[in-house]
Design a protein around this ligand. Sequence first.
Ligand SMILES: [Zn+2]
Length: 470
Amino acid sequence: MTLRLHNTLTGTKDAFQPLTPGQVGMYTCGPTVWNFAHVGNLRAFLFYDLVRRHLQASGYHLTHVMNLTDIDDRILDQAKHAGVTIGEYVKPYEAAFFEDMAALRAQQAEHYPRATEHIPEMIEMISTLIEHQYAYVADGDVYFRIASFPSYGALSHLDRSGLKPGVRVATDKYDKESVSDFALWKKAQPQDETLGAAWDAPFGRGRPGWHIECSAMSKRYLGETFDIHAGGIDLMFPHHENEIAQSEAANHKQFARVWLHSEHLTDATGEKMSKSAGGFTTLRDLVDAGHDPVAVRFFLVANAHYRARLRLSTEALHAAAEQVRRLREFADRVRRSAPGDAADDGLLRRIAEVRSAYREALDDDLNLPQGIGLVFELVREANAALDADRVGTDAREALLAFIAEFDAHLDVVRAEEPGLADEVERLISERETARNARDFARSDQIRDELRQKGIALEDSKDGVRWRRVR
Ligand SMILES: [Zn+2]
């Protein structure tokens, strides 16, 4: 039984084999922190979480990198509107992203690099691309020359004939050689200076395009070739094609070996949820409407296979909440149960059978919905056995082990992060000490650290209080 993952690059389910035995390097495209994440984004982020958790459950040591895009056109527009720098503008949205992730119980990645903190790496890669004719400067902007990269489009199995490489097109905005060439660097405009969005580079002062950040930051943290790259399906073209072109042209090495793409979340009318289309739902909206973030988690991660579309509806969220309730109730019941008098060896065999089928479902391209179906079958059978007092010591132990096993993916059964309260109290007292010593940098750092855990602090005259935020 080995883990098989559907690789967009090959178009098939392939046995997963990392470059270094036992170790996995994974890059996932993170949020653009110009606004709150919508539930469609959160579906992709929880898909990354599922990949993480199953790799860990399979015994791999993981280095997971998720970028924070803290510079792009929308951020510049909004910051200008608000009269602040881009750094000031994105701060609350970045905090909101970490709050959402904590409320949804997503595990933390090992690295969350910010684009604006990796400009030198991007400049270096762009310089290499220019030097080797993969990129060119046009009126202060830098473009990737798609005609120089023959395998462009391999990931999305794109028909290149429509790209007409080498055809010079004049548009009102760009001076590109070919309409499909994409920007690596954009010449600084006067407003970029006041917004804190301009950097010096050998090819002219400006700011990076979006695609180059993922190529530069994945190289910095995972090297030139790494195991898994994941993202939402809407990023496959052109973003992921562009990442591959930039990285493979600059490094002359294969970029990511396995590409995973998660499908869209659609709204009640079946339309893809997106910010640009206007109507989008955030986690805050769902919580305000009375939904528990843990039920939202269950719905997003377990209601459909990641490569199938999923439709958001109030009914589906209520059903998810009910499933979470049943799993928690079952776990409590097993924990409280005493070994029965007339132990049923048939149940023990069934548990072993279901556990093995569950693992097989997850190893089969992360088919959690199928796995959950098996879990509920066993819950029914085990509940009947508990009713009849037929659960012996071994069966009880096996059930507890299985609950821990599926909750390692689902993470909906446990009520509270163990030891969280102690950890929070410790950090609060450390922050008090820092403040008394007028070390405000450390004090702010601790506040941010707690925010990432989904904890907000309130200074009151009676001291510091903390609460969970969503
Ligand atoms: Zn990316």
